[in-house]
Ligand binder design. Structure first.
Ligand SMILES: *Cc1c(COP(=O)(O)O)cnc(C)c1O
Length: 382
């Protein structure tokens, strides 16, 4: 793990605390999820759900997950053998990569990527091949030829995150068709990270890769309660996949954590069944927060690329006269009292993301407003 050091989030959050800055770096909400969800967890603790839950997850949650995949996407999974509860999507990513990639195998991943992908591919002894998402037509997308060129004889997996952190891209059906075509042609397994499945804006629609022709049988889908229910500290996620893949992932998972979070599992089961209207309210409020932050960032001199989903906006720093997002992100707390994350840390080809920083908008309106006001100070002649 040499070379991985501490994550950028630890570094930037430390900087935020030290300088008293507003932290728009790390993506966690500053308001709670639905009250009845929280109450269900409290009741579960009072009711005695305090010992190891079953390894695959409590049956109530596995059944609720299977029902959610069926109701929302028409995807049928057997809660007994095709659903596995994990410690957040993060453990799902770890266990899936350790289960399905071995030394020398290649894993295709779109950059910028969620940082744990690179770490876990390395821990699996595998090699990552990155395909770069670049701005085109107001959103980030990839070149299909670049994707095809990334496939080699050792390629086993492709990791797909949509809605995508940090670019905010929601892959269109056409983009997913390209990915599915590559999976079918080269016999690849897809791992999809769908933790923002509910958080899409305007007319963007989240389409699970597993719904495309021939893909259910070769897709390991990951999601989580953290983003949907504003409960990122609950670290309750899940895997849905054909039984042999779930068995492989569970074989790894049982030695990572075995099991966790009995009361949260029960609460999330309740949430998936009864709080989706609340999630829709969250989606709407985030859409408004996105617009609020974008308007403010543009007024402060950044150029932004409007995200179609997630918590994040990518801001181009060049109009402000900067070229290196890392430098700006390190200076921003002192200069403006705001923390952002330099996007280049999510790339292998750092140059492609050097001029972007990532801001999170999953914050109270007054926090966004204050951050924007502080950022306008950057325009003061340097
Ligand atoms: C937040 C996030 C995760 C982690 O999910 P947890 O359930 O908190 O482990 C995984 N992938 C992406 C893209 C994320 O943004």
């Amino acid at each position: 793990m040499q070379g991985f050091g501490t994550t950028i989030f630890a570094e930037m959050t430390g900087l935020a605390v030290r300088t008293g800055s507003i932290n728009l770096g790390q993506g966690f909400p500053d308001t709670d999820g639905p009250a009845a969800l929280l109450e269900t967890a409290i009741e579960a603790i009072r009711g005695g759900a305090n010992q190891y839950p079953p390894g695959p997850g409590v049956p109530e949650l596995r059944e609720a997950i299977a029902a959610q995949r069926l109701d929302r996407y028409g995807l049928a999974y057997d809660p007994g053998s095709e659903v596995l509860v994990t410690v957040g999507a993060t453990e799902g990513i770890a266990a899936s990569l350790l289960a399905l990639a071995g030394p020398g195998d290649e894993v295709i991943v779109f950059e910028p990527y969620y940082d744990s992908y690179a770490a876990m591919i390395t821990l699996a002894g595998a090699v990552r091949r990155t395909v770069t998402l670049r701005p085109a037509g107001g959103r980030f997308t990839f070149d299909p030829d670049e994707l095809r060129a990334a496939v080699g004889p050792r390629t086993r997996l492709i990791l797909v995150n949509s809605p995508h952190n940090p670019t905010g891209t929601v892959f269109s059906r056409a983009e997913l068709e390209v990915i599915a075509g590559v999976c079918r042609e080269y016999d690849l397994v897809a791992i999809t990270d769908e933790v923002y499945e509910y958080l899409t804006f305007d007319d963007a629609e989240h389409i699970p890769l597993a719904t495309l022709e021939g893909m259910r049988d070769r897709t390991v889908t990951l999601s989580s309660a953290g983003k949907s229910f504003s409960a990122t500290g609950w670290k309750t996620g899940w895997v849905t996949a054909p039984a042999p893949y779930v068995a492989a992932v569970q074989t790894v998972k049982q030695f990572l954590t075995y099991t966790a979070s009995a009361p949260y599992q029960l609460a999330v089961a309740y949430g998936l069944r009864h709080e989706l209207a609340w999630v829709e309210g969250l989606r709407k409020s985030l859409e408004a927060k996105r617009d609020r932050l974008i308007t403010g960032l543009e007024a402060a001199g950044f150029e932004t690329i409007k995200p179609q989903g997630t918590y994040f906006v990518q801001a181009d720093i060049r109009p402000l006269g900067f070229t290196d997002g890392y430098e700006l992100a390190r200076a921003l707390p002192e200069r403006a009292g705001v923390v952002a994350v330099p996007s280049q840390v999510f790339y292998d080809h750092a140059q492609a993301g050097a001029h972007f920083v990532r801001f999170a908008f999953c914050k109270k309106d007054e926090v966004i407003d204050e951050a924007v006001e502080r950022l306008t100070r950057l325009q003061v002649p340097r």
